[in-house]
Design a protein around this ligand. Structure first.
Ligand SMILES: [Zn+2]
Length: 326
């Protein structure tokens, strides 16, 4: 999709977006062995969910200082802007950074520095969604929500839940989402990706989220699709990610268009781009070429993303003003 076409992204994990060239540079500095991590297609090598998590951990391990995270966010938002994005949100996971010895204050400050620098240089607007990891269990997720509530930050505007959605009952995380909601954060949760429609329903019932990360398997349940339409829930769809993880045999089989045609509010996203050999620009191309959606539908997708963005009303109005008239 040509770079002049305005785009926006709501679903991208910042370490999962790390440019392999940057990762190599930091690995050299810290003498980290990357043997077997990089593949011939310019991305990261993995073959199943366990090796995906392992590769993700190896990439995360090279980011250690505030300045490393500044470089990570700067690179990500600069390349998003070059692809035509006017807005981007990133999932940030302090619990993963902590596994590599990074203090939460350095993590957030470094990412914030990088976003500010990219905003000043390109005009892109960026926000962060502090994200709990479901398979670590309810207590760390609740603690993270408590941290976010106690440490308001102008660029942390959302709270999310990622990780293995088969672990724990959704109700166990309800308290974390209650804390985040009362702190005024926008809410999203991964659901209906590796698990089925019941997982999406549980997220809606227990978390009262405005958006669902993926949620793509709602298509298997007509009543749930109807509920998503009725309640105006926005799906953060990531077609290449779903194909790479084996949900669908190919991009043509992805239900992006079927969900959109059913009236569900959908957005298009890259998730963990170098892990899936994709980019936001490429995902717009997939939706255009493989799912055969025209320019007006693509424009509607960007508009939906801005309408569902976790931003204040003034920023939303400013971003909507940058889009061509609907
Ligand atoms: Zn994701």
């Amino acid at each position: 999709m040509r770079s002049a076409f305005p785009k926006a992204e709501l679903h991208c994990h910042i370490e999962g977006a790390a440019n392999p060239a940057l990762v190599q540079r930091l690995a050299t500095r810290y003498r980290v062995d990357l043997d077997g991590l990089l593949d011939r297609r310019g991305g990261y090598a993995w073959h199943d969910f366990a090796s995906f998590l392992d590769a993700y951990g190896r990439v995360s391990s090279v980011f250690r200082t505030r300045d490393d995270f500044r470089a990570l966010a700067l690179d990500h938002f600069t390349s998003l802007a070059a692809a035509g994005a006017i807005y981007g949100e990133i999932f940030i996971a302090p619990d993963i950074a902590a596994e590599y010895g990074v203090a939460i204050d350095d993590y957030v400050a470094g990412l914030d520095d990088g976003i500010a620098e990219a905003e000043a240089a390109t005009g892109i607007v960026g926000r962060m969604i502090v994200t709990g990891i479901r398979h670590l269990g309810p207590e760390p997720v609740r603690a993270l929500a408590g941290w976010a509530a106690a440490n308001p930050h102008p660029r942390i505007t959302g709270f999310g839940l990622a990780g293995d959605e088969s672990q724990h009952h959704a109700g166990d995380f309800a308290e974390a989402f209650r804390i985040a909601r009362e702190a005024g954060l926008g809410l999203t949760a991964h659901a209906g990706e590796l698990e089925g429609p019941e997982s999406v329903r549980a997220a809606l019932d227990h978390f009262a989220v405005a958006r669902i990360g993926h949620g793509v398997r709602a298509i298997e349940d007509r009543a749930l699709v109807h509920r998503l339409v009725e309640e105006g829930v926005v799906l953060e769809l990531c077609p290449s990610s779903n194909v790479a993880l084996g949900l669908y045999p190919d991009l043509a089989a992805h239900p992006f268009r079927r969900l959109m045609d059913a009236g569900v509010r959908v957005t298009v996203n890259s998730d963990d781009p170098p892990f899936f050999h994709t980019s936001l620009g490429h995902e717009y191309e997939v939706v255009s070429d493989v799912q055969t959606l025209g320019q007006s539908a693509l424009g509607r997708i960007t508009r939906t993303a801005i309408e569902a963005a976790f931003v204040d009303p003034v920023t939303r109005g400013e971003l909507l003003g940058r889009l061509p008239a609907a």
